[in-house]
Design a protein. Sequence first.
Length: 324
Amino acid sequence: MLDAVRALPDHLRDALWRIETARAGEMEAPAAFFCGMGGSAIGGDLAIAALSDRLTKPMLVARGYELPAWSPAGSAVLCSSYSGNTEETLACYAAAEALGAQRLVATTGGELAEAARADGVPIIGLPAGLQPRAAVGYMFCVAAELAALSLAGPRIHTEIDAAASALGKAFEAAEAKAREVAGQIGDAIPVIHGSDLTAPVAYRWKCQINENAKTPAYSATLPEADHNEIEGWSGADGRFAAIFLGDRDQHPRERKRFELTAKAIEPYTRSVINLETQGETRTERVLQSVMLGDLLAIELANAREIDPLAVDVLEGFKKEMGRP
């Protein structure tokens, strides 16, 4: 898993090459949907956050078996499944056909690739051999490409390439910071707070800690959390560590909420950890924050002396569901 995080800059560059090789055409559409689950879906959330106010059409991540009921005909739909066998994504692929959508696929193979080849749907081929959650760089790039192909947003290949270079230079500092934050968390349960740009990053951190460190973790989004979750901290009894992921572009009132929320819940926490994104562009800040969270999850796994690669509970559940 550490090698995969270290290779994130290479993954980003390779993804851009694979996107060009796929030669998918423009799909001018009323809306764009990025369909996937787990590690194959988070890239969509992150790309939407990076593009932010540069999006000119609706672009949403669809997790589940169906597209939204309101999805307009002719929408651009990218079905993303690293394995190619994710049942929810296969169902969305079929639903997109029924809708008359313009489809695109990103996968290593499996049933999804077979169906796309039979239907003449363009495929962005992904490299095999990774854990799906370690393919986040690829999924981020293909989601960003969906925005460009559907004319929902600008093409950001140059930003991604620049971010890849910055990530390589920042790796050692990020590794040291992850070790420091892991020490502050200790054996507490992390609750990661984000807003705007960092809301999907907070969710990525939560998922990485779940899968790699094999421990509960939660994410919360401000300002929403100030209207409900904040009250729950009064019963936390010091079992949780609160992390706040700030960003220089966040609304001034959101920044004030970060400060006041941290102050309000600190008496009930094991620790409060304030962090700020690093980087010039929104794309770079999203990806650097993802790298830091991935490294943090590995540090927490090391502290518990467990293998971050194994996903025994998840695989056992898949067998019960009758899926590969």
